[in-house]
Write a protein that binds this ligand. Structure first.
Ligand SMILES: [Zn+2]
Length: 601
């Protein structure tokens, strides 16, 4: 047996042994509801249960956020693990021995490099830390931190460090130190800690800067953010992206503050590292700071795992406002509450908390406005509510709306803003007031949404019926169903339904296990959240009766199609003067009418 197939076998054994209800039940209070279990979804904030676990199929799904999968995907999603880690965890729980997986050469090299990058960052952090706290070179930085109100406890808690002035310590202070410990210069370069000099050799990236080590969610240092000591540009500088660091994914403070954020279910987002530090010094430690970027989609996604509410704490300047505007679609996507608390003019969180204390920040945060309201309020303040002003506001809101990837979100935003401004929703779609920015390339918009959502009345009824009773798909197909369905999206659905129809004992969520497009999935979920359809006869009707009605419809459609095609052929034969063919077609037409009992000539 090769190692690979041994691994596959172990996976199957674990899947066999693991009980999804038991595994999920450890984290979600599950209640038995019929043949399924339901509870509050652990992946999105909710008050009424829409999370369902299916013990027969050994899968889960959430009607609210669409999360779904098997026992492995649950463990991966819930504990933020990759597949091998999830497998390992489940194997340990069910006492199943796993074979060691053989990594490819490339995988091994990558893994080694990651470990080396972590190690070199840890060594650099120690060097910077020690320089700040223990050396003559750090005296100036210690004084700077003291003046900014950062106590020694905070310095050691956040492991602040100092990269000394090259005039005193040389341009390769860190490089010398780390190479002396046996780290290769090449590794330092890959870590972004040093740069190559023009005439060979290496020099330090960070010089004359107070350094904030950035930790990933396992507490390992992956990068540094540096604030220049005194004047000089740039004021803030971060490590470049690397194998272990992505600035659009990581947030300063999330690791050390994760428990405070989890407990309060709320996080404050500030712009600067010092803002974060000073708030923490004043006892507010549910704070994070993005590293010199606006809040990204990934940031919002990772915050969602820890809290229900994100409060952006901003200086009253335009840069903060623009950044807040850009993050609105991400909040919508995650169904996470985004709020804005604005600081009085001339203040940043650092200066405000030092001057006014913790309670002032608390009351500011308690009075935070929903992000969309805040943005709209600002635009109204800027442009006014004259006809012209409204036009400008709509123009400024358009890119924001276009940035939302889902059509429902765009519609939601349009109707919300339109109502607030007292303008028609079509105003947001017209190009009259200016060019409408084109949607991003990932936009799944009309091409995938429209087909399913714009089904005709009868096709919609058909879809609804088969969604709940897929076992009737086969018989309808035999009557020529596929021929009468026009929508390509519905045709695709019918194939999926037919495939499942025979196998499933009528569990509507079967379709969610199929490979659906995100928009199709959303449509199916939306439909599943409503009650099963009823036939024209009212509440006493059975699926069989609905099936009979649909069968009649399919047959009528087929006949109509046949009649139309016959008529077409007849016309062609007449135009061609082919009398023999005309007579033959007329005879077929007459026969068809007789069969249907149609008395007209
Ligand atoms: Zn959910």
């Amino acid at each position: 047996m090769t190692l690979f197939s041994a691994q596959e076998a172990a996976k199957a054994t674990v899947k066999e042994a693991a009980d999804i209800v038991e595994v999920i039940g450890e984290h979600v209070a599950l209640k038995k509801t019929g043949t399924r279990y339901t509870g509050l979804c652990p992946f999105h904030g909710e008050k009424t249960p829409s999370f369902s676990v299916n013990p027969q199929g050994q899968f889960y799904y959430c009607f609210g956020c669409g999360a779904s999968g098997d026992v492995f995907s649950f463990v991966m999603q819930f504990h933020h693990l990759d597949f091998p880690e999830a497998l390992k965890q489940l194997a340990a729980k069910y006492r199943i021995e796993l074979p060691e997986r053989q990594l490819s050469e490339a995988e091994q090299a990558r893994l080694r490099l990651r470990e080396q990058l972590y190690a070199v960052h840890e060594a650099a952090a120690q060097c910077y830390e020690q320089t700040l706290v223990d050396t003559r070179l750090g005296a100036q930085a210690r004084e700077y931190l003291r003046q900014r109100g950062v106590p020694d406890e905070a310095i050691s808690h956040y492991r602040l460090g100092f990269a000394p002035d090259p005039a005193a310590a040389g341009w390769d202070y860190l490089a010398r130190n780390l190479c002396g410990q046996g780290f290769a210069a090449e590794l330092l370069l890959q870590a972004g800690l040093v740069l190559s000099g023009k005439r060979g050799g290496h020099y330090d990236r960070f010089r004359s800067r107070v350094l904030f080590p950035l930790e990933d969610m396992s507490g390992r240092i992956t990068a540094f953010g540096g604030r220049i000591l005194g004047e000089g540009q740039p004021k803030y500088m971060n490590s470049p992206e690397s194998l272990i660091f992505s600035k659009s994914r990581q947030l300063f403070g999330l690791y050390p503050h994760r428990e405070a954020i989890r407990t309060t279910r709320r996080v404050l987002v500030v712009e600067g590292n010092f803002d974060l530090l000073l708030l923490a010094v004043h006892g507010i430690d549910n704070v994070v700071a993005p590293l010199g970027t606006a809040l990204s989609r990934e940031h919002v996604h990772s915050l969602k795992k820890y809290c229900d509410e994100v409060v952006l704490l901003f200086d009253a300047d335009a840069a903060g406002l623009k950044a807040a505007m850009r993050s609105i679609p991400f909040f919508l996507e995650e169904a996470l509450d985004g709020l804005v608390a604005l600081l009085p003019k001339g203040h940043d969180p650092d200066s405000f908390v030092r001057e006014q204390g913790r309670t002032a920040i608390d009351s500011l945060v308690d009075g935070a406005l929903p992000l969309a309201e805040f943005v709209l309020g600002n635009l109204i303040g800027e442009h006014g509510l004259t006809l012209d002003g409204k036009g400008r506001i709509v123009e400024e809101l358009k890119p924001l709306i276009q940035a939302a990837t889902k059509r429902e979100q765009r519609e939601l935003m349009v109707s919300h803003f339109a109502a607030k401004l007292g303008v028609s929703a079509s105003y947001f779609n017209s190009g009259k007031t200016g060019p409408v920015p084109s949607a991003p390339p990932t936009d799944p918009g009309p091409t995938t949404v429209a087909p399913l959502q714009t089904l005709g009345r009868q096709e919609k009824q058909l879809f609804d019926f088969l969604l709940f009773w897929p076992e009737y798909c086969g018989p309808l197909q035999e009557a020529g169903l596929i021929e009468v369905v026009r929508s390509p999206a519905l045709r695709r659905m019918l194939e999926l339904m037919e495939a499942h129809g025979a196998a499933t004992a009528s569990q509507p969520e079967y379709l969610l296990a199929a490979p659906l497009e995100p928009e199709e999935r959303a449509y199916v979920i939306a439909r599943l959240m409503q009650p099963a359809p009823l036939a024209a006869g009212g509440p006493d009707t059975t699926p069989q009766l609905m099936f009979d009605q649909l069968l009649v419809w399919v047959r009528q459609q087929r006949q109509r199609q046949n009649a139309a095609s016959l008529q077409q052929q007849l016309q062609e034969a007449e135009q061609a003067g082919d009398n023999k063919r005309v007579w033959e077609l007329l005879r077929i037409k007459q026969q068809g009418k007789k069969q249907r009992g149609d008395p007209s000539p």
